[in-house]
Design a protein around this ligand. Structure first.
Ligand code: SF4
Length: 619
């Protein structure tokens, strides 16, 4: 794989510019999910996929677009209709990854089964936190599949959905996934799992009825019994980098890389919140370390580490990438941790400003310690974040350290400006807002962290040079699209953090949804919307939310907002299209897909026509 960055940081546009470019699209797919009716036909398609996958380059994961090109050729050759596209894509992906799955020992594979395979009428099984707890009554094939897989050492899960699978695999529990699922579930999972380079195979269900479903059982048996063989070719994967980003914040690793200055006692060692048990001077540090080790996706340190890797040969994306990362200096890791520390500090302050009671499923810092102490803990973490970089001048060089500090300081300043604008709007009596002003706030609040994470990774590898402007524009569009998507998802609530749907309205956030509604509604309804935003409005919160949602629907803002997501995503993709080297470009595509992941089911509740939405190009 070419790595064409130059020593001075210029963007080399010549080395591998023939690589395929991305086409942003969101399109109707319901007509592409037919299952070939006869077993003979299914066998023929699978054999063709096998034959082609034996020949393709497996050094990097194929994107969905690249696979679709191959799959369309197969369907054309076999004179089969386009309706089988989704099913054939799953077959093709499975054959592409077959050798990689074989290279993972069975006890490091996850076998995923859907509960809709169960005998719906008489199944005695209950559900627990790990999914369906099959009682092996023998009335359906789940017990047999499960028994066979467990005998071989597999971890087995009877559950639905890609989020849980993604979490399990990133946490380091398993290294490959084999499964059975309907085409709807597989379609959602395929982009994320494939692009991340996670070895996976699947046998699609023969229907998507969600009840008493069936599957080609001999294929499932065959898939489970794939023998361990580690001679497979290497395929690039982001898995090691994702895991490394999470591991940096595991309590032991956190303290190894960044030893405490004040005391040894962890908050987790004492009952309660540590007051009276931990030395008051050490308590601020203890709370900060505790909060740093708490949840989150760790996407910012991932971006820094992955960018650094992309510009230094991409070794961390190879099969033994975990070893590569182990050998990286702690200075590189501290820089990646710095950006997460700023993020966590901003969350402590955000929670105060929004008076949120829960974060990561636990009480927020200010709820436990009071507002003044929480402000101070956030401030302490900002100091920590700068220290993580400033102490590395001896190993990284004074110029590198200064450049990274500069990047971080700029992001910090912009974020505060965006947050400031938001708070001032929230406290103002005039709730007028133009879409462009809402988007400006988003660009300040959300984008700088992505920009700083990438630029830090670049600077660790080489001078930033000509990367600065494209990375800035890429981050701007990515951040804005991400924030609009968040606004849409706010209408679905957040059970984990016990937040109700429509929290942005009650919290007085200046969202682009509000701005779009004000632009589209007739004057009387604009006045009504502005009135509903008043904190002292006499209606109950639930009634206010319901009425605002109704007005938003009338103004068609959910659909308009989703089109804005498409537009900014397309712009980010266009910038990534021009980036060299290929490793960095591929990372940017991955960031777009993973950060802008669209939970279609949730969005569909909000915008029923989403699945039938036209291509974004024509929108
Ligand atoms: S075998 Fe398991 S999943 Fe199937 S019907 Fe019996 S208890 Fe339910």
């Amino acid at each position: 794989m070419a790595t064409a960055s130059s020593a001075d940081g210029s963007v080399n546009a010549s080395a591998d510019s023939e690589q395929p470019k991305r086409k942003s699209k969101r399109r109707k797919t319901s007509h592409l999910k037919l299952v070939p009716e006869s077993k003979d036909m299914r066998e023929a398609v699978r054999a063709k996929c096998q034959a082609i996958c034996d020949q393709v380059d497996k050094s990097r994961p194929m994107t969905k677009d690249e696979m679709e090109v191959e799959v369309r050729k197969i369907l054309e050759e076999l004179e089969l209709p386009e309706g089988y596209l989704g099913w054939t894509m799953v077959m093709f992906a499975s054959e592409f990854w077959r050798e990689q799955v074989a290279a993972v020992p069975p006890n490091r594979r996850l076998f995923l089964l859907p509960h809709c395979l169960k005998h719906a009428e008489g199944c005695p099984a209950d559900y627990d936190q790990f999914g369906l707890d099959c009682k092996t009554c023998g009335a359906c094939s789940i017990a047999d599949f499960r028994g066979m897989a467990e005998d071989m050492g597999y971890r087995v899960l009877v559950a639905e959905g890609s989020p849980i699978v993604h979490k399990i695999i990133v946490s380091g529990y398993v290294d490959a996934i084999v499964g059975v699922a309907c085409l709807n579930v597989l379609e959602k999972a395929i982009d994320k799992i494939l692009l991340a380079g996670i070895p996976c195979m699947a046998v699609p269900l023969l229907s998507d009825d969600c009840r008493n479903t069936a599957v080609d059982e001999d294929w499932v048996n065959e898939m489970i019994q794939i023998e361990y063989d580690d001679s497979a070719p290497q395929t690039r994967t982001y898995l090691h980098l994702m895991r490394a980003s999470m591991d940096l914040f595991e309590p032991d690793e956190l303290e190894r890389i960044i030893p405490r200055m004040r005391g040894e006692q962890r908050l987790s060692d004492v009952d309660g919140n540590g007051l009276g048990e931990i030395d008051p001077i050490a308590l601020t540090e203890a709370v900060a370390y505790d909060f740093l080790s708490k949840g989150g996706k760790h996407s910012r340190p991932f971006i820094t580490l992955a960018t650094y890797d992309a510009l230094t040969g991409g070794q961390a994306t190879l099969r033994d990438g975990a070893k590569t990362i182990e050998y990286w200096s702690d200075s590189v890791k501290r820089c990646a941790m710095s950006i997460e520390t700023f993020h966590k500090a901003s969350l402590v302050h955000d929670d105060i400003e929004d008076d949120d009671p829960f974060r990561y499923g636990e009480e927020t810092v200010h709820n436990r310690y009071g507002i003044p102490t929480a402000i101070n803990i956030g401030d302490y973490m900002i100091g920590m974040g700068y220290r993580f970089v400033s102490t590395e001048a001896a190993t990284l060089g004074a110029d590198v350290t200064a450049d990274i500090l500069d990047v971080l300081a700029e992001a910090h300043t912009k974020l505060s400006e965006g947050q400031g604008a938001e708070l001032l709007w929230r406290d103002a009596l005039d709730k007028q807002l133009k879409p462009i002003d809402a988007l400006k706030v988003y660009a300040l609040k959300t984008s700088p962290a992505f920009e700083a994470a990438m630029l830090s990774g670049i600077r660790l590898a080489q001078p930033i040079g000509e990367y600065r402007e494209p990375v800035k524009q890429f981050a701007r569009n990515l951040g804005v699209a991400f924030q609009i998507l968040n606004d849409l998802l706010d209408w679905q609530g957040d059970d984990f953090n016990k937040m109700a749907a429509g929290g942005d309205v009650l919290g007085g956030r200046p969202t682009v949804l509000h701005a779009l509604a004000l632009e589209a509604l007739p004057e009387t309804k604009q006045t009504e919307l502005l009135d509903l935003c008043r904190e002292d409005h006499p209606a109950t919160p639930a009634a206010r939310i319901e009425r605002v949602k109704h007005l938003y629907e009338e103004a068609n803002v959910f659909t308009m907002a989703l089109k804005l997501v498409d537009k900014h995503q397309a712009r980010a993709e266009a910038i990534a299209d021009e980036i060299q080297p290929e490793d960095l470009r591929r990372l940017m595509y991955f960031l777009i897909d993973s950060i802008l992941e669209r939970p279609e089911e949730q969005l569909q509740q909000l915008i029923p026509a989403i699945i039938e939405a036209p291509d974004s190009e024509s929108a």
